[in-house]
Design a binder for this molecule. Structure first.
Ligand SMILES: C[S@@+](CC[C@H](N)C(=O)[O-])C[C@H]1O[C@@H](n2cnc3c(N)ncnc32)[C@H](O)[C@@H]1O
Length: 420
């Protein structure tokens, strides 16, 4: 069943050797969950990232790339902040010498939704800062709606002197507004842990054609120019080979540039909003090791296939009894017919999961250089519980909607019959 997951015997053998050396039965699983080991293999981790990041050792990663969702789906967590400016002995001196809490209050007054976003992102950026090596770099991928707030947050966590660049990823695809300038770019903030010792080497970075090749020598025109802080790059083509089907997938070309410039072969690269695993794919292709974290079962399935997860460690996860339950259920396609009993949901979910795996096998190209072990962190239990509750509620609503529609249709039919 899992042969397709490991296209190279070499990667499988490497992982098997590592497992044999390190396996210790834990939490009732058949195989011990491998922990992060700086000398060990790449990892794919299912977890709530904040809980998992806390378990990782300081200064372990040379590159951290994250592409967080803007809408975290969390309930409003309104907090109030005092307006006092606390410089000495306060929480931390921040922007223009004001304290962190006073800056936060100023920002929160502009946007309620940002307050939630801040509460979600801030502790995770703090972890990213802790986890970077002294020569390490954070790439924070955002869009025009949140970048300005996040810049202030990062200035306060990293220090303004650690801000290296704001990269603009410009693309030209999709509908265009006629009511304002169409927004066709993302923003990537680049922060280094230490502005005096960060690693940056553009020797391996892919080059771009000159805009006016006639103005440079033929040799230069043939070699191309180094990218600037504005990167023109197509989105992932909806019909191309790179596409995984994961909705927010970013182009691998962007990740290759960042990782090539800011790390060396063998270094560790972390993405804790990993989605379809673009960071892992780019890191593996460039000979770096990767740690990809996501909480979403669908992201895990996609990455498992794309990054050639180790079959044995992944089987242990599939053995977890709560497993997939309703997580893969296509909510709108079941309903009254299947019911919302646990058995019906499990069956629908298993079917949807099998369909997703078949689709992944047909569509997604595994990265030949990639191989990784799988870890299911215990924080996943809480995440899955939330997802199950949400899925069950959606299904119940859907079931009611269908029942109501049926009753209306029956009433209409009997009215028509009566008037005949
Ligand atoms: C915008 S997507 C990342 C896409 C990715 N850059 C790619 O190229 O495929 C954000 C991801 O963050 C994950 N995520 C959101 N909140 C999370 C959390 N608290 N812990 C772990 N993953 C989370 C989502 O499941 C989603 O896959």
């Amino acid at each position: 069943m899992t042969a397709h997951l490991s296209p190279t015997h070499h990667a499988e053998a490497k992982n098997a050797a590592y497992r044999a050396e390190h396996a210790e039965p834990q939490h009732g699983a058949e195989v011990g969950a491998p922990v992060f080991d700086p000398n060990g293999p790449s990892l794919l981790v299912q977890a709530d990232n904040l809980e998992y990041l806390k378990t990782l050792p300081d200064a372990s990663f040379t590159v951290i790339y994250i592409d967080p969702p803007f809408n975290t789906g969390k309930p409003q967590t309104r907090r109030s902040y005092s307006n006092k400016i606390v410089n000495e002995g306060g929480d931390r001196t921040g922007f223009k010498g004001k304290s962190y809490s006073s800056v936060l209050q100023t920002i929160a007054s502009y946007s309620d939704s940002f307050e939630d976003y801040w509460a979600f992102l801030e502790p995770r950026i703090r972890q990213a800062h802790r986890l970077l090596t002294e020569d390490g770099t954070l790439y924070l991928h955002l869009d025009w709606r949140e970048v300005h707030y996040a810049k202030i947050m990062c200035d306060m966590i990293f220090g303004r002197e650690s801000f290296l660049n704001e990269l603009i990823w410009a693309y030209d695809y999709g509908a265009k507004s006629t009511r304002r300038w169409p927004t066709k770019h993302d923003n990537i903030l680049v922060y280094v842990k230490n502005p005096r010792s960060y690693y940056f080497n553009t020797a391996e970075v892919d080059r771009e054609p000159y805009m006016a090749p006639a103005l440079v020598t033929e040799e230069k025109a043939a070699r191309g120019k180094l990218p600037t802080d504005v990167w023109w790059h197509t989105i992932v083509s909806p019909t191309g080979k790179e596409k995984t089907g994961y909705p927010t997938q970013k182009p691998i070309g962007l990740l290759r540039r960042m990782i090539a410039a800011s790390s060396r072969p063998g270094d560790w690269v972390l993405d804790f909003f990993a989605g379809s695993g673009t960071t892992g794919a780019a890191a593996a292709a460039l000979g770096r090791r990767f740690l990809c974290v996501d909480q979403n079962p669908s992201a895990i399935e996609t990455m498992a296939h794309r990054l050639n997860v180790d079959a044995v460690s992944f089987e242990a996860y599939r053995g977890v009894p709560r497993g997939a339950s309703v997580l893969f259920t296509p909510h709108r396609s079941i309903g009254v017919r299947g019911g919302t009993s646990r058995d019906a949901l499990m069956a629908a979910s298993r079917k949807a999961l099998m369909e997703q795996r078949t689709k992944l096998r047909q569509q997604v190209q595994p990265v030949p250089e990639a191989s990784c072990l799988f870890v299911r962190h215990e924080s996943t239990d809480a995440v899955e519980k939330q997802m199950r509750i949400r899925a069950r509620d959606t299904l119940r609503r859907e079931r009611k909607r269908q029942e109501l529609a049926k009753k209306r249709a029956e009433a209409k039919a009997s009215d028509t019959k009566a008037s005949d």
